[in-house]
Design a protein around this ligand. Structure first.
Ligand code: ZN
Length: 192
């Protein structure tokens, strides 16, 4: 019974992270024209692997991620981790931030949104809550993710690590309050 939320920013999107990705993820990153889009795609995919690897106690590169789209079979669907005891996962990125949610108890949805990119910036938190609920399968046309039991879902407003962003999490109630992780961890100052 747990839910984790992992945050990172483009400052962490070093090129070496490409080494964590599988061929499908690398092709997705390379298909994008704008450097900022490539950075967000790289960071989101790498953060998912780092977080799921930590959860499963395997190396990030050994996490088995499937993005097969339920509608057309192309690898652009919501990510699933295929290993035994894998958590349900959700990924979002906007502006310079990426966020990943992992949950042991059922479908989870997370969303971050740079508020200035919305038509109505005052709508930021409502937007993030709608997107998170959609990804958790509790709202929208795909009522529930495949094979999922309808979760007793609750909304959590997330505090973004940067100003100017709205963020929300929807997770099954038994998972409780999210444990928040910032990646990479802040460098420790040498003690004097
Ligand atoms: Zn598709």
């Amino acid at each position: 019974m747990a839910v984790e939320v992992w945050w990172s920013s483009l400052v962490a999107a070093r090129h070496e992270l490409v080494g964590l990705l599988d061929a499908t993820e690398r092709a997705r990153v390379e298909s994008l024209d704008r450097p900022a889009d490539r950075g967000r795609s790289l960071l989101g995919a790498a953060l998912l692997r780092v977080a799921a690897g930590s959860w499963l106690d395997v190396a990030p590169g050994d996490v088995v991620v499937d993005r097969t789209c339920a509608d057309c079979g192309e690898p652009h669907g919501a990510p699933r981790i295929l290993q035994p005891d894998a958590p349900w996962v959700s990924v979002s990125h906007s502006g310079v931030l990426a966020v990943v949610a992992l949950c042991s108890d059922g479908p989870v949805g997370v969303d971050v949104q740079r508020v200035a990119e919305l038509d109505d910036p005052a709508d930021g938190s409502a937007w993030a809550r709608r997107e998170a609920a959609f990804k958790a399968g509790t709202a929208g046309p795909h009522a529930i993710a495949p094979n999922a039991v309808a979760p007793d879902a609750v909304e959590h407003e997330l505090r973004s690590p940067l100003a100017g962003y709205a963020a929300a999490l929807v997770a099954p109630a038994p998972a409780g309050e999210p444990v928040v992780v910032h990646w990479p961890p802040a460098a420790k100052r040498p003690s004097s």
